[in-house]
Ligand binder design. Structure first.
Ligand code: PLP
Length: 397
């Protein structure tokens, strides 16, 4: 077969072998178990010598179609899926980390991931070293002391900091570590970390991959030798993706390229508008030339993503007034959907953290996370403009 491009793969990849009865769409197989009349065949499937399904906690055809599509988009040998993005992260870490091991990561990973690092791993006697995000020298120095895993996220949630993947892969592999990246923000449309030598790529499929905020899911992909170990951990521990969720995510992924390209375009336009607004203190978007990670982002990303954040003058109080005035934005703890979604970081990605922990991660209390949808950018900008005007001159409302 000829090598196709990522937009074509978003539509076609991974589906063919699951189509039955001439259907053009992958069916949702709700069956929990799979029956066999031939006892020898059943046994051969059960021990993995023959293709097939045994029990829904292990494998399911709809879920496998989802995994195959992600695998193709990330250019991976293998992929396995989970009930949520956090299950993908926690199961992956649990597969490889044991008491006495050490993991190096960055301070502003996703809030839930950060909780695993600060609360759960230490209680298992696993040493966690969290470095300043974007400080490559600090990460290299900690990794060189030896660690089992170097865990990264780029761009990060919510401050959208960028880390040089190629440089980190070298540091990690020199120290004999596995390099793992959460690629949720970038999506495979904008960034394919396996090409830079990353060992495992993780997604919260709940976000951009699904794109419609109606299904939870997670996925990890990479070399079969690693993914099969994670699959084994998951099939026993049970954080399996639901077939209905797999179907919704599969359907969402068909428009991944269209959506993400539009979201990138909208994010850049809105970020540019906000950057020149007198009530905005700061805008964090790697697509802006003023962003400290702009050059690295240009090197390793095809586009800069649909996510940015901005700090308002007047902090939390301005947020409290401004956000309710927006007509074309959900105020919700989600991102990556077709609708624009906004929220203060202290109530969304980092709600699990204390104000002190957020401050330590460099997240101002007045920070707003903005996930650009696929609306018309002019309308998104006009919506923000009317909200700003309403709060700056309340008598006009
Ligand atoms: C949302 C998110 C997660 C967690 O995913 P869930 O599907 O909500 O469990 C992990 N990483 C990043 C970057 C996220 O945005």
């Amino acid at each position: 077969m000829t090598k196709t491009n990522i937009g074509t793969n978003s539509v076609w990849a991974g589906e063919k072998e699951y189509l039955v009865h001439g259907a053009t769409q992958v069916p949702v197989v709700h069956s929990v178990a799979y029956g066999y009349e031939d006892m020898d065949e059943w046994y051969e499937v059960a021990i993995g010598n023959k293709k097939g399904h045994i029990y829904g906690r292990n494998t399911n055809p709809t879920v496998q179609a989802f995994e195959d599509k992600v695998k193709s988009l990330e250019g991976a040998e293998s992929a396995t899926s989970f009930s949520t993005g956090m299950a993908a992260i926690s199961n992956t870490l649990s597969t490889f980390l044991f008491p006495g091991d050490r993991i190096v990561s960055i301070k502003d990973t996703y809030g839930g991931t950060n909780k695993i690092f600060t609360e759960f791993l230490p209680s298992l006697n696993i040493n966690v070293e969290l470095c300043e995000t974007g400080n490559h020298e600090a990460i290299e120095a900690e990794v060189a002391k030896g660690c089992k895993i170097l865990y990264l996220e780029t761009p990060t949630n919510p401050t959208v900091k960028v880390t040089d993947i190629e440089r980190m892969v070298k540091a990690g592999h020199d120290a004999g570590a596995l390099v793992i990246i959460d690629n949720t923000f970038a999506t495979p449309i904008n960034q394919r970390p396996l090409q830079f030598g990353v060992d495992l790529v993780i997604h919260s499929a709940t976000k951009f991959l699904g794109g419609h905020a109606d299904a939870l899911g997670g996925v990890v992909c990479g070399k079969n030798s690693l993914v099969s170990k994670i699959y084994h951990y998951r099939e026993i521990n049970g954080a399996t993706m639901d077939p209905m969720a797999a179907y919704l995510l599969l359907r969402g992924m068909k428009t991944l390229q269209l959506r993400v390209n539009k979201q990138c375009e909208n994010a850049l336009k809105v970020a540019n508008y906000l950057q020149s607004h007198e009530m905005v203190e700061d805008v964090f978007y790697p697509g802006l030339e003023t962003h400290p990670g702009h050059e690295i982002a240009k090197k390793q990303m095809d586009n800069f993503g649909g996510m940015f954040s901005f700090a308002l003058k007047g902090g939390v109080e301005t947020i409290r007034q401004l956000l309710p005035k927006l007509e074309y934005a959900h105020r919700a703890a989600n991102l990556g959907a077709v609708e624009t979604t906004v929220g203060p970081s202290r109530t969304t990605s980092h709600v699990e953290c204390t104000p002190e922990e957020r401050a330590a991660m460099g997240i101002p209390e007045g920070l707003v996370r903005y996930s650009a949808g696929i609306e018309d950018a002019d309308d998104l900008i006009a919506d923000l403009e009317q909200a700003f005007q309403a709060i700056s001159s309340p008598e006009k409302v």
